[in-house]
Design a binder for this molecule. Structure first.
Ligand code: WT7
Length: 628
């Protein structure tokens, strides 16, 4: 094996201009007084009224941050910049997959958000109402989110790669009356028929009264009269501009959004985040981790439909007054140099993406990268799953030319912001996110809740509350307690296992529950099994994740067919397509295997560990609890 250094030291130029040059002193300041640390950063943002208590712990684990403070995150993203030089600064540079380009200054983003907000108000949307947003990666997605925040509505963004049943379930659970979508989205040269999927989902969901449709692709779509409206037609009406630009004053703890994510069992749960704490957390973490400066062009290549996009495409960058780049389509369309071409064209300084994207582009070889001048890059980032050292080194050497530190950020939908992450001034080890962000206290515990020794694997937990933490599960607060705060009382259980080396660096191993990360996307075995179960030929099924070179994991499904149904390859293909239609293409099983029975415990729980071992030809281990 080649000899690699233990540490990769940051380059001098990066540190010289970084906000934080010395991690240790910054960290000790934060650790000595975490509340003071967060409060200091909260003061860098605008509050209509001050809080009277930074952290209220009187009703654990339902913590409150900046209690009784009044603010609005959208006001801090847009309005505050109207009085400064940032008014005419670019907030967003967007490129469509088909080559369309669109830019927004802070001024125009503010103006268009105001229009959008007025339209939502004219449809009767009020503070506290839920609005579902289902779109591709286009600027209007950002506008729709900000407009909701501005009027105090709670947005529920459903990733555009989800399909009929996933969308239906999320609309129904949130009881949204208004849904915002687009006619379609360009993806890999084809059109994702978003509006068609909406129409199907709405046949199953009864709450939606109005559908706002943004024109993106221009193909013919069905418009139901009285329900569906073109966004551009409403935006041209006087109501869009003549209602002024009133921003709702929100309590620090008022909900900002819900975002559905997969858990251990049952349906996806709606993670709820608030205006105050989430704002302070995303602002502070982005500022220091990606060392955001006014002159930067920052590109987070995630989708706004996931937490990464919420925190680090929409809110974090705008709170910092940054210039962001957004790209609509696939990384390798029409050729594998698309990303590198855009980095050169727009002079991107910071690129934040997922290991699966790196591995996907790596397989095309470095010639595609080397055709472009990537010297504008200063920092790189990774998120979503552990990055394997091989992909790390390729990213570091081929993309970053050996001088751009990689910020490997570990966090979750629930945490709202980065939790384990380097700062640019820290020495790195490929595959480790280094240490918890200053002010965050974490640990690794054994089965009995005792901290494990160095290099031992254990449960990753968060020991103290932090401002951007989830506040509850929408409509199901008991689940917050049972899912996160029961296993190790007082601590937040992440669902990941990890180890910590002798230098105090954390290494994430992976999920210890029934969550599967496919290409960095979070899916639950229950969703896949429920989609399979909705097919008329399926009696029972079990889904598992199997390691995959590019995607991290892929899904295998074991299926028991109904009596009399004959197994065939074409039925397997049909079932894959069925899951794709119901949940989304990302959830399609790679392989379906028909079986007569499933390994279960005596209490009837499927033993996925046994299936996993079988699929990989490994020893299934202890089978004493197996029923049959
Ligand atoms: C799970 C959370 C939060 C951004 C996107 C994912 C895994 C996330 C890393 C990383 C190793 C990671 C964990 C975590 N994960 N980032 N840098 N290294 N694993 O959010 O969809 O809520 O998934 O993603 O398993 O629990 P999410």
């Amino acid at each position: 094996m080649a000899d690699y250094p233990d540490f990769y030291y940051p380059n001098e130029d990066v540190i010289k201009n970084a906000h934080i040059k010395d991690w240790d002193s910054f960290n000790s300041e934060a650790m000595n007084d975490p509340e003071g640390f967060w409060e200091k950063h909260a003061r860098e943002l605008h509050w209509f009224e001050d809080w009277n208590c930074v952290l209220d712990e009187s009703n654990k684990p339902f913590y409150k941050w900046f209690k009784n403070g009044k603010t609005n995150i959208a006001y801090n993203c847009l309005d505050v910049h109207m009085q400064t030089y940032r008014r005419n600064k670019l907030a967003l540079v967007w490129e469509g997959e088909n080559g369309d380009v669109l830019t927004h200054s802070y001024y125009s983003l503010h103006r268009e958000t105001t229009k959008f907000a007025n339209i939502l108000r004219s449809l009767g949307v009020k503070k506290g109402d839920r609005v579902t947003i289902y779109m591709g990666r286009i600027p209007e997605l950002m506008l729709a989110m900000l407009a909701c925040a501005k009027i105090g509505a709670i947005h529920s963004v459903v990733y555009g790669g989800f399909s009929v049943e996933a969308l239906h379930e999320r609309i129904e659970d949130s009881e949204s009356r208004v849904l915002i979508t687009a006619d379609g989205a360009f993806q890999r040269g084809k059109i994702v028929p978003l509006k068609e999927i909406v129409d199907e989902a709405l046949k199953r969901a009864a709450t939606v009264e109005h559908v706002l449709v943004v024109k993106r692709t221009g193909q013919d779509v069905y418009m139901e009269s009285g329900r569906d409206m073109w966004y551009h037609e409403l935006a041209a009406l006087p109501i869009a501009m003549q209602n002024g630009s009133h921003t709702e004053i929100m309590d620090s703890e008022d909900p900002l959004f819900i975002l559905y994510t997969s858990g251990t069992t049952g349906k996806p749960k709606a993670i709820l985040h608030t205006h105050g704490g989430y704002m302070v957390g995303t602002y502070t973490t982005l500022k220091y981790v990606f060392d955001i400066k006014d002159e930067d062009r920052y590109w987070c290549a995630a989708d706004p439909g996931w937490i990464t996009g919420h925190s680090y495409i929409v809110y974090g960058p705008l709170l910092n007054g940054a210039t962001s780049f957004m790209y609509e389509g696939a990384p390798n369309y029409p050729y594998p140099n698309r990303w590198w071409q855009m980095i050169e064209k727009y002079g991107i300084n910071i690129l934040y993406t997922a290991p699966t994207a790196i591995r996907g582009l790596m397989r095309f070889g470095e010639a595609w990268v080397n055709r472009h001048d990537l010297s504008s890059l200063r920092l790189l980032g990774s998120v979503g799953e552990p990055i394997n050292p091989e992909a790390w080194r390729w990213y570091y050497n081929v993309v970053g030319k050996g001088h751009c530190p990689i910020m490997d950020t570990w966090w979750q939908t629930e945490t709202g912001n980065f939790m384990i992450t380097p700062l640019p001034c820290m020495p790195l080890k490929p595959g480790s996110g280094t240490k918890p962000f200053p002010g965050i206290e974490m640990d690794i515990l054994d089965e009995d809740g005792n901290p494990v020794a160095a290099n031992q694997e254990g449960y990753l937990v968060i020991k103290k509350p932090w401002p951007a933490m989830l506040r509850t599960i929408y409509k199901d607060p008991d689940r917050l307690v049972s899912q996160y705060f029961s296993r190790f009382p007082g601590y937040y259980m992440t669902g990941d296992s990890a180890r910590r080396d002798e230098d105090g660096y954390y290494w994430i191993i992976g999920r210890v529950d029934d969550v599967i990360k496919v290409s960095g996307y979070r899916l639950g075995t229950a969703e896949i099994e429920s989609a399979l179960g909705s097919h008329r030929d399926v009696a029972e099924s079990a889904a598992i994740g199997i390691p995959h070179e590019i995607k991290g994991n892929v899904i295998y499904a074991y299926v028991i067919l109904n009596n009399g149904v004959v197994a065939s390859d074409s039925l397997a293909e049909q079932l894959k397509a069925h899951v794709g239609y119901e949940v989304g293409p990302i959830a399609k099983p790679e392989k379906i295997e028909f079986v007569d029975s499933l390994p279960k415990t005596r209490s009837g729980k499927i033993m996925r560990r046994v299936l996993k071992a079988k699929a990989q030809g490994l020893d299934p281990g202890n089978l004493s609890t197996l029923e049959d």
